[in-house]
Design a protein around this ligand. Structure first.
Ligand SMILES: [Zn+2]
Length: 192
């Protein structure tokens, strides 16, 4: 299976809900017989969503679940659909060409079907290999109801999450070094 490498983890929190929470996993069963066509990253309401790689926006803030929207981006050898987003707001959202890490939207808390409570705010991310053409949603293609080239994004996400965590760790270490007024890690070792 082809591995699709994400240069950037799509949210600014090291959430691993797409691997740990049953309903957030790719392929989990839904009440209507459909299976979950993407990975859910549980984050704070309004959290920024970033392009996982350089690319060009295919469709922008289209109606998705409930009152939430999606944006789809062609990243060269794969397409990502970023779902459960807010519509146009005060804040700028990338259009046209995007660079890896550019903000492509903001997460929106969506109303449940019962209209009395909210779903957990999340980024719903779908991945496509571009081996098929046409609309990404295809209700006739059971059980995903998505285009035939839908791919499980779990590996791509967990790989980029690992690198994101490593980068956070390095940043924290650099910050700690700066706080101690040391120029390099060897100084710390010597002074231990
Ligand atoms: Zn989802």
């Amino acid at each position: 299976m082809t591995f699709y490498k994400f240069a950037v983890f799509p949210v600014d929190e090291p959430t691993n809900s797409f691997m740990t929470e049953v309903n957030a996993k790719f392929g989990s069963r839904r009440d209507d017989g459909r299976i979950h066509a993407g990975c859910d990253l549980y984050v704070e309401d309004g959290a920024a969503v970033r392009a996982v790689a350089d690319g060009v926006v295919l469709s922008h803030l289209i109606e998705f679940y409930g009152d939430a929207k999606y944006i789809s981006v062609d990243h060269g050898n794969f397409i990502c659909r970023y779902g459960e987003l807010q519509g146009y707001g005060e804040r700028p959202i990338s259009l046209g060409w995007v660079k890896a890490g550019d903000i492509v939207g903001y997460v929106k808390k969506t109303l449940r079907a019962n209209k009395t409570s909210y779903n957990r705010p999340m980024l719903h991310l779908e991945l496509y290999s571009k081996l098929a053409t046409g609309k990404l949603t295809n209700r006739d293609n059971k059980p995903t109801q998505r285009r035939a080239d839908l791919v499980d994004p779990t590996l791509s996400l967990s790989d980029s999450l690992d690198r994101y965590k490593t980068n956070i760790q390095l940043l924290l270490e650099q910050k700690e070094l700066a706080l101690r007024g040391k120029k390099n890690p060897l100084d710390l070792l010597i002074n231990r």
